[in-house]
Design a protein around this ligand. Structure first.
Ligand code: ADP
Length: 363
């Protein structure tokens, strides 16, 4: 039968420092073998949430369960070492005076022979068997990271908490180590809660993303859904550059350079932002002065002139000024496309990729 008990469940966690609510009513669950990323800008309360789950900080209210066992509410408080929770932080410092084997065995109890067997098994798993008697300073950064992973996994934690664990690593090493780490954690069936401020890292690692802002989880779901159905403009902007087309609603519609957009249920006179990512803005190269009629999906094309074009590696970023209202819009074009400033072109936008949000005041 499928195990349906979450490995980690937190409910209504709040924490204030000097009267300021830093973690505000946060709830989430992580299933066995699942990786959930707590993603958000610096200072939004991610690490504090993780520290509370680890037991090194204490919530003001809310409950925490590990594998169905209540480990912390305002009455019960299991100490960190009793929670079956492993930790991996950016600063994963190994003990310099202990060998690799000594480091990995550090948190283990029980007979020496069983400990040794577990250490050997884990070092094989992270492909470091031959370094069992080496000292940390003899290893590269990536190898030390793998020892840290083996050390965190050794006591078979039910939950692994990781706080920006890869940010100290060389860019070229990172992707490989991230993928290897993920594979090992999945094989062990450990539930992972990983904190990061980098959307690419979350998209790459997570089965589920919990997007956090100002102490709250504002959206939670599979990376694909979070990316393709953001709850608001800020959620969209967190993952990529965005274009914002401003409009005002009249009769559940708003008029733009690209024709009318539906804004169902939005009151007349409400300002709205229509958000579209640059990769969903198309240049209509087929259209000369006249050209074919637009398709229903792409809507009305809009005339624009090139302001600036830059090649940024795999693609080019072209910034346009719309004839309609003089506003700016950026499109990404695969490969090299560097038209001169002032070149007139037609733009189309993928309507199903546009998000219409009532505008919030800046306050
Ligand atoms: P993140 O991990 O998302 O960058 P943190 O959880 O580290 O954010 O911090 C959230 C907010 O709480 C920050 O404004 C930080 O300064 C504040 N904070 C964290 N720990 C403490 C503490 N022990 N005392 C006072 N303020 C704290």
């Amino acid at each position: 039968m499928k195990d349906v008990t979450p490995r980690l469940k937190i409910e209504n966690i709040t924490r204030s420092f000097s009267g300021r609510r830093v973690v505000d009513d946060v709830s989430l669950s992580v299933m066995p073998g699942q990786v959930t990323c707590l993603l958000g800008p610096s200072g939004c309360g991610k690490s504090t949430t993780l520290r509370i789950i680890a037991g090194v900080d204490m919530q003001d209210s809310g409950r925490i369960w590990v594998d169905g066992r209540l480990v912390c509410d305002t009455v019960t408080r299991v100490p960190p070492e009793g929670r079956s929770v492993g930790l991996m932080f950016q600063d994963f410092a190994l003990f310099p005076h202990l060998t690799v084997a000594g480091n990995v065995a550090f948190g283990l109890k029980g007979p020496k022979a069983a400990q040794r067997a577990r250490v050997e098994e884990l070092l094989e798993r992270v492909a470091l068997g031959r370094y069992i008697d080496a000292y940390p300073h003899e290893l590269s950064g990536g190898e030390q990271q793998r020892v840290a992973l083996a050390r965190a996994l050794a006591p078979r934690p039910k939950v692994m908490l990781m706080d920006e664990p890869f940010s100290g690593l060389d860019n070229r090493l990172r992707d490989g180590i991230r993928d290897d780490t993920l594979l090992i954690l999945k094989e062990e069936g450990t539930a992972v809660l990983l904190v990061t401020h980098e959307p690419e890292e979350a998209m790459r690692m997570a089965d589920e993303i919990a997007l956090m802002r100002g102490g709250r989880i504002v959206q939670q779901g599979a990376p694909y859904n979070i990316y393709n159905a953001p709850v608001d403009k800020a959620a969209a902007a967190f993952f990529s550059d965005i274009n914002v087309i401003e409009g005002v609603v009249q009769g559940a519609l708003t008029e733009t350079a690209f024709g009318q957009f539906l804004a169902p249920g939005v009151a007349d006179g409400t300002p709205v932002d229509i958000v579209i990512r640059p990769q969903h803005v198309r240049i209509d190269f087929d259209r000369g002065g006249r050209g074919p009629l637009p398709t229903a999906v792409d809507g009305t094309p809009a005339r624009a002139t090139v302001e600036r074009a830059r090649f940024i590696g795999k693609e080019s970023l072209v910034e346009f000024r719309l004839d309609y209202d003089g506003s700016l819009m950026t499109a990404t074009v695969p490969s090299v496309f560097l038209p001169k400033k002032g070149t007139p072109l037609w733009l189309m936008i993928r309507r199903e990729r546009c998000f219409v949000f009532p505008r919030r005041s800046a306050a």
